[in-house]
Design a protein around this ligand. Structure first.
Ligand code: C2E
Ligand code: MG
Ligand code: MG
Length: 574
């Protein structure tokens, strides 16, 4: 038996040692975890503390006696909530977690309280676990900042702005108020970016953001929407926050140049579109869209402009969008075709040339005039594709005429939009197509308008000279409708001047018009240009123009634009 007892004692000792060793390991683990624990037994009213209490409360685990030591340190705004969580058994709950701070400390502490009850719902034990969650809170704050604010300007970001606007609208519905949305776009921002670089561009936006921040209040929200676009939402726009006042003061502020870090100064102007709840729309996103659409109108009217919501502008916009879609489809479906209008020498006999004029046959067979779709195509860029079709088709048609009836002294005039002419690929495409159809370049005349020269005259002239080298001619279309400065004509490499129909219309009835027409023709000759009068409809117009020295005539009087079949006959007989 003795031996057995010894054996039992030995076993007990071994087990005890093992437990002590395990406890040592657990304590070490707990200390390393950076957390602080308190274990309370309701039966013996004893608390056992473990872990890094020092880190949280400035006293060690052994020094903890009661929760009042913690309560004394807590930031007063958390006192009540923390107390509730510390005394969790009072509410019969098993587990709860809260976050709190201590007075004057940067720490964010998470407390997790767990209470275990017996079968009769009497609490047996309660455990506190304090964790340092400062790192996560800071990250979380940053994330929520990113979710609401734009990092460049500190203004509201797009999503949050829309949410705020929705809230404003809800409030306005109950209070029968107006909400104004201002859509702001920096004029010529691309020029700032291109000339001074993206970093300076960002700085300009930051500066504007600072100016706009001054307007922020409970009733005014400002957003850096995206790119160079900013939006302002004004609840109940009256008094200082009336739209007129905001715009007036904003314009005034923007008169002072921004001082940039590269030492430069720059002033900016804005194009502003305005839409209002409930008149323009009752939906936040739609209000923003409408304000944007009318903003484009403001920009079109010459920048630094303001445009209020206006139903016809929106209708025109919708019409143009529909036209855009239809046009893209029509291009794919091959619903565009070419007509040609003859141009005659003033003698009315010699066929001087044919002008290629594009037509669109709609699905219902109706012909849509280029006067309505070319401007839309120019705006949305479809003109590039359409322009290539025009070049390809008219050169193909013209080369067929040459193949059939031989080369004649008839010029093919092709209208070229400014955007098309300025596009990178234009010269290449034209040259390749000329080669492809083997058309003599000297028979080709490109009709351009003054708008081509507006931005970069030097580049354009250089491009024209490249083409003129191979014999291509240029004519100035619609002369007299643009800025029509006679002095600049001298420096342009053109061959022909087309006197606009608006002159021809009144040349017979209006003395001054006749005088101007005479002067243009005279000057044109002296500069060595060919002249063509366009839109000649009547005999009297024709004979008068002929008398004052106009060399060529184009108009319904001699021939309307005609389809290939008819131009084929004309060319054949000529
Ligand atoms: P535009 O180049 O000045 O063409 C002359 C326009 O006047 C043509 O209208 C022609 O049909 C019309 N016209 C000619 N004689 C008379 C006349 O005696 N009376 C009247 N009332 N009108 C006359 P269309 O074909 O409707 O073209 C309008 C404009 O559309 C053109 O003006 C041109 O700017 C543009 N366009 C037409 N085809 C093309 C094209 O293929 N490419 C480009 N980029 N623009 C084109
Ligand atoms: Mg023309
Ligand atoms: Mg014209």
């Amino acid at each position: 038996m003795q031996g057995d007892n010894n054996f039992d004692l030995g076993l007990l000792n071994a087990m005890n040692n093992r437990l002590l060793k395990d406890e040592g390991i657990y304590r070490l683990l707990i200390d390393k975890s950076g957390e602080a624990f308190a274990y309370y037994s309701f039966a013996d009213r004893r608390t056992e503390c473990l872990g890094d209490w020092e880190h949280f409360f400035g006293f060690s685990a052994n020094e903890y006696i009661s929760i009042s030591q913690i309560m004394d340190l807590v930031d007063s705004s958390y006192t009540a909530e923390l107390y509730e969580c510390l005394m969790l058994e009072r509410r019969g709950k098993e587990k709860e977690t809260i976050e709190f701070r201590l007075e004057g400390k940067d720490l964010w502490i998470e407390l997790e309280t767990t209470v275990i009850y017996d079968g009769n719902k009497n609490p047996l034990t309660r455990m506190y676990c304090f964790r340092d969650v400062t790192k996560y809170r800071v990250l979380n704050d940053e994330l929520s900042y990113m979710a609401y604010y734009d990092s460049l300007t500190g203004l509201l970001n797009r999503n949050y702005f829309v949410k705020c606007l929705e809230e404003m609208i809800d409030k306005a519905k109950s209070n029968d108020c107006i909400v104004s949305v201002l859509f702001l776009d920096i004029d010529d921002f691309r020029r700032i970016n291109d000339s001074m670089g993206l970093i300076v561009g960002d700085e300009v936006m930051q500066k504007l953001g600072m100016v706009l921040r001054d307007y922020v209040s409970d009733n005014v929200r400002v957003s850096h929407f995206n790119g160079d676009i900013f939006c302002i939402a004004i609840y109940d726009p009256v008094g200082v926050r009336s739209v007129d006042n905001v715009i007036k003061t904003l314009k005034k502020k923007l008169e002072t140049p921004f001082n940039l870090s590269n030492g430069a100064e720059t002033t900016i102007t804005l194009s502003i579109g305005i839409a209002e709840f409930p008149e323009s729309s009752k939906e936040a996103m739609e209000l923003i869209n409408l304000a944007e659409i009318v903003m484009f109108k403001a920009k079109h009217r010459g920048k630094n402009n303001v445009q209020y919501f206006d139903a016809p502008i929106i209708q025109e916009f919708i019409y143009n969008i529909e036209l855009e879609h239809k046009m893209e489809k029509a291009l794919k479906a091959g619903n565009f075709f070419m007509c040609y209008q003859p141009q005659y020498d003033a003698d009315g006999v010699h066929l001087r040339g044919i002008e290629a004029l594009v037509r669109w046959r709609d699905e219902d067979g109706r012909i849509i005039s280029p006067g309505s779709f070319i401007p839309v195509a120019e705006k949305n860029g479809t003109i590039l594709q359409l322009g290539e079709f025009v070049i390809e088709q008219s050169l193909a048609d013209y080369s067929r005429l040459i193949d059939k009836y031989g080369q004649k002294d008839v010029i093919l005039s092709i209208n070229i939009s400014a955007i098309q002419f300025k596009s990178k690929n234009f010269v290449n495409f034209l040259m390749n197509t000329i080669k492809k159809y083997n058309v003599p370049p000297t028979q080709i005349e490109l009709e351009i308008t003054e708008s081509v020269f507006i931005d970069d005259m030097e580049d354009i002239v250089a491009k024209m000279n490249v083409l003129r080298e191979i014999g291509i001619r240029f004519s100035m279309d619609d002369f007299g409708t643009g800025f029509s400065s006679l002095s600049y004509l001298r420096s342009l490499p053109i061959d022909t001047l087309k006197i606009d129909k608006s002159f021809v219309d009144t040349v017979v009835t209006d003395g001054p018009t006749r005088t101007i027409a005479e002067a243009i023709i005279d000057l044109s000759k002296k500069l060595g240009f060919d002249t063509i009068a366009e839109g000649v409809e009547e005999e009297v117009q024709y004979s008068l123009l002929k008398n004052i020295g106009c060399e060529n005539i184009q108009g319904f009087y001699f021939g309307k634009p005609m389809e290939m079949e008819d131009i084929d006959k004309l060319y054949k007989e000529y």
